[in-house]
Design a protein around this ligand. Sequence first.
Ligand code: MLT
Length: 267
Amino acid sequence: MIVHTALGAVGLDESGRGVPVLWLHGFPHDRSVWAPQLASPAPGFRYLAPDLPGFGESVQLPDPSLDAWADWIATLLDTLAIDRAVIAGLSMGGYLALAFWRRHPGRVLALVLADTRAGADSEETRSKRRERQGLVRAEGPGVIADLMIPGMVGQTTRAERPAVVATIHAVMQRASVAGIVDGLQALMDRDDSTATLATVTVPTLVLCGEEDVLTPVADSQLIAAGIAGSRLALMPGVGHVSNIEAPEVFNALLSDFLAATIRTDKT
Ligand code: MLT
């Protein structure tokens, strides 16, 4: 469905009833990547998956930055009359979850940080992203999808489940040029969240596919070490898009975490 907020139209899917869990997708994805989670919400939870600004059916923001996107999330929650939510992000969605925690900590019930990292881009990565902005403007989204697909999916999934590879490739291929350009800008300008980790006081689950080469296990270990009391779960035989490569395992880890940390009888 489309939700209209003060900041424009937002593409949004939802399922389940209860405590809200907001799912933030990676780059250059859209809300469809959360289909395996929305198909099976944990009992007592309401799953909400928006397209981030410039992706899917959501309008771009004038300022393509993770901080502006974090404020956009607060506006979306206002529109939905949601005070606090579990904030769950994968990769870029994880960077955004940490920015949201920094700017709106009172609205976070718990964090789920999947296949992501706390650090900012290196100068080398920034220059690669600038190059990709030029490439996508010149050649379209297909070139980005082709460049990113080898790192996006783990080697086991590539060998055994080509349909998963095709699905995520198709998602990236249908991203808009403007969305990709803005996304790259937001990624390269993002703040380093390493110092933020010690400020996190809500229950946190850190998840990572053991075959993730884009945000390797070491990045998740650093996040988990930095957030007091967090849980770290590593997923064998799984790459970067852990939620679609191994949805049953991912969903079970989520359900266990939510059941253990969030009371559902109070909302
Ligand atoms: C993502 O999956 O969101 C991106 O690969 C993250 C990144 O490029 O840093």
